[in-house]
Design a protein around this ligand. Sequence first.
Ligand SMILES: Cc1ncc(COP(=O)(O)O)c(C=O)c1O
Length: 398
Amino acid sequence: MSAGRGTRGTEPDLATRLVHSEYTPPTGFASLTTPIHRVSTVVFPNVAATRTRSGPDAYTYGLHATPTKLELTTQIAALEGGYRTLLAPSGLAAIAVVDLALLKAGDHVLIPDNVYRPNRELAHRLLDGLGIAAGYYDPMAADAIAGQFQPNTRLLWIEAPGSITMEVPDVPALVAAARARGVVTAIDNTWSAGIYFRAFGKGVDISVQAVTKYMGGHSDLLMGSVTTVNAELFDRVAAVRRLLGLGVGPDDVYLALRGLPTMMVRLKAHEASALQVAGWLRGRPEVKRVLHPAFPECPGHDNWKRDFTGSSGLFSVVLQEKYTAASVDAMVDGLRWFKIGYSWAGPISLALPYRRETLFNANGRDEPGHLVRFSIGLEAPGDLIADLEAGLARLRTA
Ligand SMILES: Cc1ncc(COP(=O)(O)O)c(C=O)c1O
């Protein structure tokens, strides 16, 4: 072994020998899977290299580029059709990085009023204190968006569809209005997994995904991605990730990489089951409305038909108002195959009632009734339907 610079040729003490491994990857060995590089310190060949290596792909420190991470970011950028991707510790962290990169004191951001709630809380509880104002818009009123831009509006958030109330906005119209004002657009593209909605093809500037959902796909991983349309936006977002020291663990990166090859197969299975379960629910008298983008009664269905190539496994129903909140809870509590919990897109189905007052920033668009959101997993749809049938009986009698 090499005993280290300056001491070559002398035998090291056992303690030194135990610390300095002789390992180098064997030549001629190749695996089909990406190795997990578990690393903080990255070794440079000499001091000069510490002064010249830079840029998002440069191997400088484990917090930044590693071969494992670069494989994942390259794959996600290709999947989304964007310029380049960075990783964040969660989908929410990815949203926060975009906000902090694009907004400064005195700026204004527009957020859809049905947005994933922590995105809204970020605006109320963090951006506000930094002197950044937020306005909320009705995602189904793209015609009115032009009137909501202010001279200091810098960012327009889009979520397609809204991840609880499922409205599908007219993304090209929102993007066109933002472009006319020089406002950057960022979309939460998690529902489509980047597969059923091509954000950059529709003119969006930044696509955020909770890798936690369909990319990971097994409810065992938290991660977010930010993909940008160009280098200028990437550099701004990447600088904030770096400055905040936001990293992702190599095992999680590996899990995301392992999820990618099966993502399309899984997504199609989630889609088919969700359509079957939602179609069954639609015929039930206890159900007032099924909020599934592929169904005509879902707000924005025409936008979905025009802009999306499929649907995933997440949808909601509005149950008739005559039932009590307690009977809705009893229905969900007693489900066998649907588990109760946040998040979605895993193999195990989930069900969760939402309190209506939490759904919108301004409650004007709320629909009377009880909203229950379902994430349809990979169980046999017949079992899920039988479970729901028993649940609806509990709803009627509780
Ligand atoms: C639409 C949407 N975006 C983003 C997120 C955030 O993802 P994460 O749980 O990885 O923070 C979620 C999580 O539920 C979500 O539903």
